[in-house]
Design a protein around this ligand. Sequence first.
Ligand SMILES: [Zn+2]
Length: 207
Amino acid sequence: MAVLPIRIWGDPILKKRAVSIDRITHAERRLIEDMIETMEAADGAGLAAPQVGVAKRIFVFRRGDDIHALINPKIIARSAEQKIGAEGCLSIPGVQAKVSRAARVTVTGRDVHNKAVSFECEDSEALGRAGTCVQHELDHLDGVLYLERAEPDSVSWLIEGEDEAGEETVFLEPTTPQEVLAAIKSKLLPPDLHAPEMLQRRVQGKR
Ligand SMILES: [Zn+2]
């Protein structure tokens, strides 16, 4: 198993529609193992194959205490009820924005053993952010990034600092998708950004 380099916003593979998988082979199983290891190393809630440079319809995600992999995933039902929640993305480190998503979805696909599987997903104490996560990851397979769906004026940098009592905290510093992309392209992220070191190094163009 290996931690794979995560592709950062601006990389063209993140805008591509990923292709379906006809046959699950050793290559896909190996990729999924590596994706899980990479997601855990970056402390993510989900990871889609294009984020590690593979334009195939596969994502991994957390649902409660479990981690699942889905091949050729499809959302077959979504609630009429929408919920607005804060999201982040490993490909856009140190940024958060609010996105409106279906409150509950049913996602189907194949597991690594080519068995048909189905999951009910919502954000809850028991399931964590599973509802948001599967919608966010499925978007990745269609070349859509969450900042394209962000509520107006909801995009922020996450900046580490201290509150009045001297406790470590994370501040939201308003920004825009354009500013974020410009910062990434110039390899100049804000100081004290709240993001895993391995992702900040990726922005700098290092592995
Ligand atoms: Zn993402």
